[in-house]
Design a protein around this ligand. Structure first.
Ligand SMILES: [Zn+2]
Length: 309
């Protein structure tokens, strides 16, 4: 049974950063956002975190062979049809019931379970990390019979998340052809509420969920990683954290299949809170996001008026 650490939360909450750091730990194998594997990698042959095209990456070729007898055997249209039928935010109330779901949910989950099991075999790591983030996928994976699912719920101040979603970010894996999605602050505030609430619901359904705050994690990445390794069932030795230096980490290349451009970073990665929003997000938008998200901001311990700090 594959042990899966699923990194969840609304995008721009620090999941890629945490995944990159966890991926340096012995016993952990970071896969990137597996939710995008079907289209961006199998179909579009985008770049792996190691820099190779997906089809040219030996690590992923072996996983495809073990999981499906080769990636060309995967019916991507079928995966997409299943995703559209079960993995939507609006389906979460149905997924979160206590009665067994329809066969589409277990069939869709089984594609992921096969990737996880093969990745665990190929890498030899007892824990595989999927940083797909989507709360609906986490609810789907709850119904996969053959995985040991543990969810890390990443939370970041909604106003920092909102500011990040307004910025233009190129997608290097598309060689200049594409940019990352952008949302207005009002839209991202609503998404922030919905996704964070969905992870709370997942915890109430008995799935092990560990919530971490982006800001707190970056205040002490060492302590944060030790806690997360413990949550994943791994014991670390002091030397395992030698890649953490004062203010930065030294990263090796990884095989993240998809996600934030940070997945391509090799060498020095700054470990610094990105608080640009405090000055850069217009006051009216900051107030809007603060008002829309106030109940959960309060619940997570964020000040409603950060200017008063
Ligand atoms: Zn690779």
């Amino acid at each position: 049974m594959a042990r899966v650490l699923f990194l969840g939360g609304l995008g721009r909450s620090g999941t890629t950063l945490v995944e990159r750091l966890l991926g340096e730990l012995p016993g952990m194998c970071a896969l990137g956002e597996v939710v995008h594997l079907w289209q961006r990698d199998i179909r579009d042959d985008e770049r792996c975190g190691c820099g190779e095209r997906f089809s040219g990456c030996d690590f992923w070729r072996k996983i495809g062979e073990r999981a499906f007898g080769g990636w060309d055997k995967v019916d991507v249209d079928r995966v997409h049809a299943l995703r559209d039928a079960v993995e939507r935010t609006r389906h979460i109330p149905r997924l979160a019931t206590t009665t067994a779901p329809g066969s589409a949910v277990t069939e869709y989950a089984s594609y992921y379970a096969r990737v996880y099991a093969a990745a665990a075999e190929v890498s030899g790591a007892p824990v595989v990390i999927d940083s797909s983030k989507h709360s609906a996928l986490a609810h789907v994976l709850r119904w996969a019979p053959d995985i040991d699912l543990r969810v890390v719920h990443m939370v970041r101040d909604a106003r920092g998340v909102a500011y990040s979603w307004t910025k233009r970010v190129a997608r290097p894996e598309t060689d200049g052809a594409g940019e990352m999605t952008r949302y207005s602050p009002g839209r991202s505030a609503l998404l922030w509420n919905a996704h964070n609430a969905a992870f709370g619901l997942l915890a109430r359904r008995g799935v092990p969920v560990r919530r971490i705050r982006y800001e707190e994690f970056l205040a002490s990445p060492r302590a944060g990683l030790i806690r997360l390794a413990d949550f994943a069932g791994l014991t670390l030795h002091t030397a395992d954290l030698d890649f953490l230096r004062a203010g930065h980490a030294d990263l090796r290349a990884g095989h993240s299949a998809a996600g934030n451009p940070m997945r391509f970073t090799v060498g020095r990665l700054a470990l610094r809170r990105d608080d640009a929003w405090v000055h850069a997000l217009p006051r009216s938008q900051r107030r809007l996001v603060g008002a829309v998200c106030s109940p959960l901001l309060h619940a997570y311990g964020y000040p409603l008026n950060p200017e008063a700090r």
